[in-house]
Design a protein around this ligand. Structure first.
Ligand SMILES: Cc1ncc(COP(=O)(O)O)c(C=O)c1O
Length: 430
């Protein structure tokens, strides 16, 4: 049992919790259970299971929420990337520039079309595409750029968009982790030519299975994307181009329509949790031992992940320490894409992307989901303080605790109450 406090004397003491999960999807489900089950039942009663009215309604709601003219549902975030690259005619011999520090699907979409991924290094502070390295890697064969808005933070579009414009090539935003994040007030997905989103359950807007969507501000690309997701078929059984089968299920759309009105609130709760972590780490004097993620002054960071850097070779031991004490963490991503066996043929040697390789060795994602409580966050920070043999951060005073609840509505009993709808989908603005 740990009873140390930061000032060692007057601050209230409390034990740390026995466990903290990386996610708690059950809390979100408990709050919305009745509405979700009713939505699923409605689809079952309708007998329409693929695309259909719920998908069309969801597409409209997403477009209004993100401030783009077109949102088009598809079967996954991975397919969203593939469809986007097909829509801009990427083909064998083409080069597509993207970070190596991202989820596999960003690069596999490129290779599935026979094109070559050109791996670009990241900015070591933001973990996002480094525009200087991007410029260095551009070539006459460059045909598209995929900035990834990793962990919920927008890539440096001030630098990336002019590079693409100068080369006359499209920008495909991988916004799988960044729904509702912004850049100078505009949502990701509407900054480049096409935005690619994922409804994977761990995402900020997660379904009950796989799903995704693409966004675009261009009418010509919207038409092509709609065609490509249904085998290039229009009208029925007449195929204009070879597309893929990537339709969004009606049940997923119905579930997501229940969740979408809450996304803005959930995002604010993630932001509040990030701010609280920063304060707790500061109170625990841990800033010299780990590097905290920074917020984005030019837009809204939506904190799909809260990723700390643990220098000095301590990351894996810290993770083991946390696991043994019930605190779940994850490493995004332990092996950069240019070092994956399947991409060795690209010829991007180990050592060639130093910021990426260092990040893969040092980063650790902590729980950040909206319903995370103050006590859970204090437990995470307390366990990390324990690893570095530092005192625990103090328990929040009553005033702080009340402030937390007023700000985020995170009082534990609330998880078990039904949340009333927070506005309509088209009220959600970013
Ligand atoms: C950055 C990034 N790109 C693409 C994807 C692929 O999305 P999905 O899992 O829905 O296929 C994901 C999600 O896993 C992701 O995090």
């Amino acid at each position: 049992m740990i009873r140390t406090t930061l000032d060692g004397s007057n601050a209230p003491q409390a034990e740390l919790l026995p466990s903290v999960g990386l996610l708690a999807l059950d809390r979100q489900y408990a709050a919305l259970q009745e509405e979700l089950l009713a939505a699923i039942r409605r689809v079952c009663d309708s007998g329409r299971f693929v695309l259909g009215p719920d998908v069309e309604e969801l597409e409209g709601e997403l477009a209004r929420t993100l401030g783009v003219p077109h949102a088009i549902g598809c079967a996954s975030g991975s397919d969203a990337l593939l469809l986007a690259l097909m829509a801009v005619d990427i083909e064998p011999g083409d080069e597509v520039l993207l970070p190596s520090y991202t989820f596999f699907a960003t690069a596999s979409a490129v290779t599935r079309l026979g094109a070559t991924p050109v791996f670009v290094d990241i900015d070591p502070e933001t973990y996002l595409l480094d525009p200087t390295d991007l410029l260095r890697k551009m070539s006459p064969r460059s045909r598209a750029i995929i900035p990834v808005h990793l962990f919920g933070r927008t890539a440096d579009m001030d630098a990336i968009l002019p590079i693409a414009e100068h080369a006359g090539i499209p920008v495909i935003e991988d916004a799988a982790q960044s729904i509702l994040s912004t850049w100078h007030g505009r949502c990701t997905g509407g900054l480049g030519d096409i935005g690619c989103f994922s409804f994977y359950p761990t995402k900020n807007l997660g379904g009950f299975g796989d799903g995704g969507f693409v966004t675009t501000t261009r009418d010509d690309l919207a038409e092509r994307l709609r065609l490509l997701r249904v085998h290039g078929m229009e009208p029925r059984y007449y195929h204009q181009v070879v597309g893929i089968n990537s339709r969004l299920d009606s049940i997923q759309a119905a579930v997501l329509r229940v969740k979408l009105p809450h996304l803005d609130t959930w995002t604010s709760q993630r932001q509040a949790n990030a701010a609280r972590y920063t304060e707790l780490f500061r109170q625990a004097d841990l800033e010299g031992r780990i590097v905290l993620p920074s917020d984005e002054p030019r837009g809204r960071h939506v904190w799909n992940q809260f990723v700390i850097r643990v220098p000095g070779g301590h990351r894996d031991n810290l993770r083991t320490h946390l696991r043994e004490r019930g605190v779940a963490t994850e490493i995004y991503y332990p092996v950069p894409l240019h070092m994956q066996q399947c991409f060795r043929y690209v010829g991007c040697e180990q050592g060639s992307l130093p910021a990426t390789e260092q990040a893969a060795l040092e980063t650790l994602a902590l729980p950040i989901y909206p319903e995370l409580t103050h006590d859970e966050q204090r437990t995470v920070v307390g366990r990390i303080a324990e690893f570095f043999e530092l005192p625990l951060p103090p328990v929040a005073s009553d005033a702080q605790g009340q402030q937390q609840n007023a700000d985020t509505g995170l009082q534990p009993p609330r998880f078990l109450r039904r949340i009333n709808a927070v506005g309509r989908a088209d009220d959600v603005r970013c």
